[in-house]
Design a protein around this ligand. Structure first.
Ligand code: BGC
Length: 826
């Protein structure tokens, strides 16, 4: 693969762009702030246009003015984010990113619009297939790996959708109402991780509002947090058509509006500057960022794209190495959920019945803007036939008019087409005929399955069930498939269910009645071969669930509030998203976060945790964590089975007895390790000290509590094999006390704490009175009947605490008096 110059960020190239912008007229600057077409930015003297294209699991190169998938240049369709998340393999994902960048360059694309890393708040979100995980650390790690891979190969990325775009219902108007701690710890944290680790060249602001304000108009989100706290150096662009108030957006830091908004917008910006409603400095700043991106893209651009030569012939664009990489990534994404009695892997001579149209007509990517035209399309049925000698097939059911766009690649599945019209009688006859046809298909499938050694039952969601722009209303598999599965199971219980879905489906109706379940997600163009690789054991499965499979939708954290009412959706579950919720409520789940089986087994031993070196990683505005070291976690993993395999070692951290409510455990690090039978290896994981921090709402900053942290290591969030404890020192940061601080907080204060504690203890208060006393705000002391404490004395105490005074005897004396009175009172 050709190595391209890294995408340069604003800091490296700021001088030249600023000089270019200085020479532009106001109109020219204003024109730079919107697209020139659907996919390009505007030109100006010395400023080339930039070509943007969707992805990120492939390159969707369209003509500049075409918004629809028709006519896209074929590209390798790598596994979508739902599958990449399940690999838990950042090196592999980085390699996918490098390949995507390579293809982008060959197609003349400067910016790939991705990755999308929004948290899967509810399985109902119609776009979950484009997102990575229900956990911010995993989403951030996989997102950072993609950005590093793509940008390391000379193409810019656009991290999206910033932020809290967790549903499709009313996506352009809904307000995600989220408390600050939840926003920081769950919904912004993945973005923070990608920005601080991989510095994406651009970031796409989302359609929705957060707490009432459109994200692109929210200066706090788009500038103060993003740039001020995280140090983002790139450009912020709008999601397509997301701009609500352009002038407010420019003020807030939304640099580029996409797509083209026309000359009317230029006039609006110019008029706003002339009237004084908009600062010229804001226009200059955003224009400079557009120029910076354009110059960096120009510098990184490869040779002119040979689009015309190759046209739209998928074969002409086919890249065997990339197809192989797509297959490798897909095989690593497959999650073996259940495998009783070692039914899998299959022996090539087993008599196999493959049931289900999805085996022949794969669903391999989601619908909407991320959909790309693949260069080839493998189906599982053909790959299974290549792997085994005795294979029979029956489609069993029809897909509902959802054959994926294949751009010249032909499939052989069924389609129902457009709704039929006509008199009611005719309609009834037609539905009767359709029912008869469905029964013929089903009966044929049951007969086909009856005598097989193993039945591979392909089930999954039709494309119409999950797509950009709409949410699901349930997590059920189609009833026809479930009915057929019941009948097949009656005929032959040796069934392996192979799933195709972009977000979790309910399995509880049959999970305990089938011996094996393989979660195949949406696996991209090489998914068919990858599934066969796993089914026949050429690849030992190592995919892990990046989202919990619940027993039922009613158990899921956002169920009561999703998708909101009156254009507001309340994130009432707070930080308890995904496994944090099920663990906190001690709820049963079908399969937990992090779960995935292998054809071998692994043992864990020798867990040890130490605190590493101090890093001093403060942010510019002091809201970062500044003290102490990372945790270094070492554990020995042994392959105790008979075949080579890969374990995904997961490390979860918690702080029992924390001063704030916390999830029972949170993923803090993970790593993959490949082991031959009998082999042992020590795996080292680093838990960044920053990842121990919680968002302190009162102090308005991250904070690491001191204490004894519990470190759990294992094969899933509910298969924890070893536990250790480690002492973590608190941050040096001491929250200033004020009149609203409680006596309890004063007791915990490092400067005045010992004195105040000693005083109150010395006063001999009963335990009950002590509880009430601790809760009293310091400022109220002056109002306690007969306390004798004055406002001035309270202020003296605060001055001492905050380092601006010395401990005054009179103040402490008065406090003593108060304590005495309180005791008499009760
Ligand atoms: C989507 C984005 C996409 C953009 C351009 C929007 O509708 O939300 O993810 O990048 O369109 O196609």
């Amino acid at each position: 693969m050709r190595k391209k110059p890294q995408v340069r960020t604003a800091a490296a190239t700021a001088a030249a762009p600023a000089a270019i912008v200085r020479k532009l007229t106001l109109e020219q600057k204003a024109r730079l702030l919107s697209g020139a077409s659907f996919w390009t930015t505007a030109e100006a003297p010395g400023v080339p246009s930039v070509f943007l294209a969707d992805g990120p699991h492939g390159v969707r190169r369209l003509a500049p003015d075409v918004g629809d998938i028709e006519g896209a240049v074929p590209a390798t369709c790598f596994p979508p984010a739902v599958a990449l998340g399940s690999t838990f393999d950042v090196d592999l994902v980085r390699r996918v990113g490098e390949a995507v960048a390579d293809e982008a360059q060959r197609r003349g694309v400067d910016v790939v619009l991705g990755p999308g890393i929004n948290i899967k708040r509810s399985p109902l979100c119609g776009r979950n297939f484009e997102y990575v995980a229900e956990d911010p650390l995993l989403a951030g790690e996989i997102g950072a790996a993609l950005v590093t891979g793509i940008q390391g190969n000379g193409v810019a990325t656009s991290l999206k959708h910033f932020a809290a775009n967790n549903q499709e219902t009313e996506r352009m108007r809904v307000s995600a109402d989220i408390d600050e701690r939840t926003l920081r710890e769950i919904y912004l944290r993945g973005f923070q991780r990608v920005v601080t680790r991989a510095q994406p060249a651009t970031l796409m602001s989302s359609y929705n509002r957060i707490n009432g304000t459109h994200t692109g108009e929210d200066r706090r989100i788009t500038t103060d947090i993003l740039r001020g706290e995280w140090g983002f150096e790139g450009l912020v662009l709008s999601d397509w058509g997301a701009v609500h108030d352009r002038i407010a957006g420019i003020r807030a830091g939304l640099d580029l509006e996409m797509p083209a908004a026309g000359e009317g917008r230029v006039k609006e910006i110019v008029a706003a500057v002339r009237s004084g409603a908009l600062d010229l400095a804001d226009v200059d700043r955003s224009a400079t960022r557009v120029v910076t991106l354009a110059l960096a893209a120009q510098a990184a651009r490869g040779e002119a794209p040979p689009l015309a030569e190759r046209g739209h012939d998928p074969e002409a664009w086919h890249d065997t190495a990339h197809h192989d990489l797509a297959r490798e990534a897909a095989s690593r994404a497959v999650v073996l959920l259940k495998n009783d009695d070692g039914l899998l892997p299959l022996a090539p001579q087993t008599r196999l019945a493959v049931i289900g149209e999805l085996a022949r007509t794969p669903r391999y990517q989601g619908a909407g803007s991320s959909q790309i035209v693949p260069t080839r399309l493998d189906d599982a049925l053909a790959a299974i036939k290549d792997s085994a000698s005795d294979v029979v097939f029956a489609p069993g059911y029809e897909l509902d008019g959802t054959r994926a766009v294949t751009g010249g690649v032909t499939g052989s599945g069924g389609e129902t087409g457009a709704p039929r019209r006509g008199p009611v009688g005719k309609l009834w006859k037609r539905s009767e005929a359709a029912a008869r046809a469905a029964e013929v298909l089903a009966a044929e499938a049951v007969a086909t399955a009856r005598d097989a050694g193993v039945v591979l039952f392909f089930a999954g969601l039709p494309q119409s069930a999950e797509a950009e722009g709409r949410d699901r209303t349930d997590i059920e598999l189609p009833a026809a498939q479930l009915d057929l599965l019941d009948r097949v199971l009656e005929a032959n219980p040796r069934v392996v269910v192979v799933l195709s879905n972009g977000s979790v489906v309910r399995l509880s109706g049959f999970a305990d009645r089938v011996p094996a379940i393989v979660e195949g997600w949406l696996l991209g163009q090489a998914g068919g071969g990858a599934l066969a690789d796993v089914l026949f054991g050429r690849v030992n499965p190592s995919g892990r669930l990046a989202e919990t499979v619940p027993l039922r939708i009613e158990d899921t954290p956002a169920w009561p509030s999703f998708p909101g009412t009156g254009l507001h959706v309340t994130y009432g579950e707070g930080i308890y998203v995904g496994y944090r919720w099920y663990d906190a409520r001690d709820l049963g789940v079908q399969f937990p976060f992090g779960h995935g089986l292998s054809y071998t087994t692994f043992a864990y031993s020798g867990l040890g945790v130490s605190t590493g070196s101090t890093r001093g990683k403060g942010s510019a505005d002091g809201k970062g964590v500044t003290d102490g070291g990372d945790l270094v976690v070492r554990v020995t993993v042994t392959n105790t089975g008979g075949v080579e395999g890969r374990e995904v070692v997961q490390c979860y951290v918690s702080l029992p007895g924390s001063a704030v409510p916390r999830a029972p455990r949170a993923l803090a690090a993970f790593a993959v390790v490949d082991l031959t039978p009998g082999e042992s290896r020590e795996v080292e994981l680093t838990v960044a000290r920053d990842d121990l921090a919680y968002w302190d709402v009162r102090a308005d900053r991250w904070r690491v509590e001191g204490g004894t942290y519990r470190v759990e290591v294992g094969a899933s969030s509910r298969d924890l094999r070893a536990t250790a404890e480690v002492e973590v020192p608190a941050d040096g940061f001491v929250a200033p006390l004020d009149a609203d601080s409680s006596l309890g907080e004063a007791m915990a204060h490092p400067v005045i704490g010992p004195t105040v504690t000693g005083m109150l203890k010395g006063a001999g208060l009963s335990a009950d009175v002590m509880v009430m006393t601790r809760a009293m705000p310091l400022g109220r002391l002056a109002y306690q009947p007969g306390s004798g404490v004055t406002h001035q004395q309270v202020q003296q105490l605060l001055d001492v605490a905050n380092g601006t005074g010395s401990l005054a005897n009179r103040a402490t004396g008065r406090l003593l008096t108060l304590a005495g009175r309180l005791r008499k009172h009760r």
